[in-house]
Design a protein around this ligand. Structure first.
Ligand SMILES: Cc1cn([C@H]2C[C@H](O)[C@@H](COP(=O)(O)OP(=O)(O)O[C@H]3O[C@H](C)C(=O)[C@H](O)[C@H]3O)O2)c(=O)[nH]c1=O
Length: 185
């Protein structure tokens, strides 16, 4: 697996080794040992799988607040998605900044997202199977989020009419938000 650091401390693009042959392919989509070799000791406790059934589905921008904050390892096993994170860690050099990566069943890219980031994605194909691990369990009472088109964040979304849940339509703006996350260097 190849690990590519980004300018966001702790945010890493992970690209597994894919073994193709006449039958198809095989890959280790996750290895605790390979991540530990990179200093990523995250112990995941939950696997999630979300299917989206039209292009333009936008889920997010979500997080769980401490003590239920979640680090995530996200990937797309069918279709393609524009995956976006926003650094919400007070004191981080990239606080309030966003990063995006196209995840697809062709590039096999994954994103390791540390605790302290909000996460979202927009589907680029009609069917997207989005699969991810988290290091804390679902805790709905701790859920928070930011509105997808916050001009102060300025996320550049694909040119597509977004399909959002009712709850995601009324999320707050960054300027009205006090982050519960602290950057620990
Ligand atoms: C996240 C989650 C949801 N649920 C239940 C709660 C709802 O009845 C249903 C749909 O939940 P929601 O609409 O919050 O799903 P998404 O909009 O895909 O939320 C996710 O979207 C962004 C992209 C994320 O990174 C988060 O993991 C998560 O917030 O699944 C569970 O039972 N367990 C869970 O861990």
């Amino acid at each position: 697996m190849e690990f590519r650091a980004t300018k966001f401390p702790g945010l890493v693009v992970c690209i597994p080794r894919v073994f193709g042959d006449k039958r198809g392919f095989f890959m280790e989509s996750y290895s605790q040992r390979l991540f530990a070799d990179q200093g990523i000791e995250t112990a995941f406790v939950q696997d999630n799988h979300a299917r989206s059934v039209q292009k333009g589905v936008l889920r997010g921008v979500h997080f769980q607040a401490p003590p239920h904050a979640q680090a995530k390892l996200v990937r797309v096993s069918k279709g393609a998605a524009w995956d976006v994170v926003v650094d919400l860690r007070k004191g981080s050099p990239t606080y309030g900044e966003w990063y995006a990566e196209t995840l697809s069943d062709e590039n096999f890219h994954q994103l390791f997202i540390p605790q302290g980031f909000a996460h979202a994605y927009m589907t680029l194909t009609d069917v997207v199977e989005f699969q991810y691990k988290t290091d804390n369990f679902y805790a709905p009472e701790s859920e928070g989020g930011l509105i997808w088109n916050d001009p102060d964040i300025g996320i550049e979304w694909p040119d597509c009419t977004p399909v959002l849940s009712d709850k995601d339509l009324v999320l707050p703006r960054l300027r009205d938000f006090v982050s519960p996350f602290v950057f620990d260097g």
